[in-house]
Design a protein around this ligand. Structure first.
Ligand code: UDP
Length: 427
């Protein structure tokens, strides 16, 4: 029997460029988990919504992994919040495709809550086991963002429905597991913790002076890096306030300070940026001006994955000031490249980053604390050196996609055996 599973990800096409407002960690996760499962002998069909006429309906990722783009609504970008009414069509297109190509699946793996709901319908009709990975949790997001959170109540109701009905809920970190138990009332036994990972072939250390030369950056500068989507929850404003502190403390030396903020649409496609992203960029630019730090801050737009390791390797410190970060791939990518992280003590980062070992964890929104730690890492290179080896080591031991796929494969196998056994007994 072919070990074939259907991975559902309505909005996160694994092959689109990253950094834009709706393409980030989930796209990387689906791509890397599927590819690594493929290497372990699983056949993975990733079903996403067809969102660009420039893409083909089917695209191969690796010999036994492919992306299948289902027609559900117009073949153009549709923001996440407007996807719900299109999900029935997504399910219908899934069944048409499956029938046309005579495909049998052993398990459904949903992501997020829209695909989760679609997955419930598919797994119910096919009587298959289903797991669902949650990339963010609406209730936690709301608690962190307060009035600025746009998540509707409907989202939280759907998350609960998926958690109630799937065979296993996947939490990507132990803190997320706790949140699911405490805030959503999910029974402990129903949750499997399977972490996320880093592609170590790509994210590997490059000597700082060489990385800077590749990017045409000043080899003598003190460099702080931010990588992520232009979204309020990423807390870039906290970083800008912290940079003001750091610049003031550096006095004369502020001329060598350089804060590189990457993410959002690439410069070439800036016109394509969403309203959310444009609004956030304008808000942040106004803050830069108000704080008088235009000389030490540079927004460079989205960076290709091929180039990112050079940015991480160039930086003296990577800042991750998010108000809420369910997992956070960026700190791990930075650690894999040997650059220490100063991050908010929230979500999965409380577990992936070891305080004072691979970086520093500080209270979210506390720009003085961020400023202190960033200043320390910029001015005492011995601290950075000590953390460098620890970070590389931690990622290599705990956070590879190979390890993630091994854990996922073992979870799938258990659930499929249970399912086949029940089928054989006719229950
Ligand atoms: N990313 C990228 N280019 C950019 C900005 C981000 O390739 O300009 C990638 C980044 O390397 C990471 C992902 O997008 O792999 C963001 O994942 P993370 O978990 O940090 O945040 P999320 O997007 O899930 O909120």
């Amino acid at each position: 029997m072919l070990k074939r599973i259907a991975m559902l990800t309505d909005n996160a096409d694994p092959l689109v460029p990253l950094g834009g407002i709706e393409a980030g960690g989930e796209n990387v996760y689906v791509l890397e988990v599927s590819r690594a499962l493929g290497r372990l002998g699983w056949t993975v069909d990733v079903f996403t919504r067809w969102s660009s006429p420039k893409t083909n309906q089917i695209a191969k990722i690796s010999p036994n992994v492919r992306v299948i783009r289902l027609q559900a609504g117009p073949i153009e970008f549709v923001p996440k919040e407007q996807l719900a009414p299109l999900m029935d069509k997504y399910v219908q297109s899934f069944f048409s495709f499956r029938e046309k190509h005579k495909l049998e699946y052993l398990l459904i793996h949903g992501n997020y809550y829209h695909s989760g709901i679609a997955g419930l319908e598919i797994s119910r009709l096919l009587k298959l086991p289903m797991v669902n990975t949650f990339h963010t949790l609406g209730l936690v997001r709301r608690a962190a963002l307060g009035a600025h959170d746009a998540s509707a109540d409907d989202r939280i109701a759907k998350e609960k429905q998926v958690m109630d009905c799937v065979t296993r809920v996947i939490a990507t970190s132990p803190p997320m597991k706790e949140e699911m138990i405490k805030m959503y009332g999910v029974p402990v036994k129903k949750i499997a913790v399977v972490t996320e990972g880093v592609n170590l072939k790509r994210f590997t250390p490059v000597a700082q002076h060489l990385a800077r030369r590749v990017l045409h950056l000043d080899v003598n500068s003190l460099m702080v890096l931010f990588v992520g989507r232009m979204e309020r929850r990423k807390g870039i404003d906290t970083l800008l306030w912290a940079i003001k502190d750091v610049a003031d403390r550096l006095g004369e030396r502020r001329k060598v300070l350089m804060t590189v903020i990457s993410g959002g649409e690439t410069k070439k496609h800036w016109k394509r940026a969403s309203v959310v992203e444009k609004t956030e960029r304008e808000r942040l630019s106004a803050l830069v001006e108000k704080l008088g730090i235009g000389d030490v801050v540079k927004f460079i737009g989205g960076v290709d994955r091929e180039e990112l390791p050079f940015y991480y390797s160039s930086a003296d410190v990577t800042a991750v000031p998010s108000f809420y970060e369910p997992f956070g791939l960026v700190p791990l990518e930075s650690m894999a490249c040997g650059t220490p992280v100063v991050a908010s003590k929230v979500g999965g980062m409380q577990w992936t980053i070891r305080d004072n070992v691979t970086g520093y964890l500080v209270t979210a929104r506390d720009h003085h604390a961020f400023g202190d730690r960033i200043y320390e890492l910029l001015t005492t290179p011995e601290t950075g050196k000590r953390m460098r080896e620890n970070g590389i080591d931690r990622v290599r031991h705990l956070f590879t996609w190979e390890e993630v796929a091994r854990q996922m494969s073992s979870l799938y196998t258990d659930l499929i055996i249970e399912y086949l056994y029940r089928q054989a007994k006719g229950s």
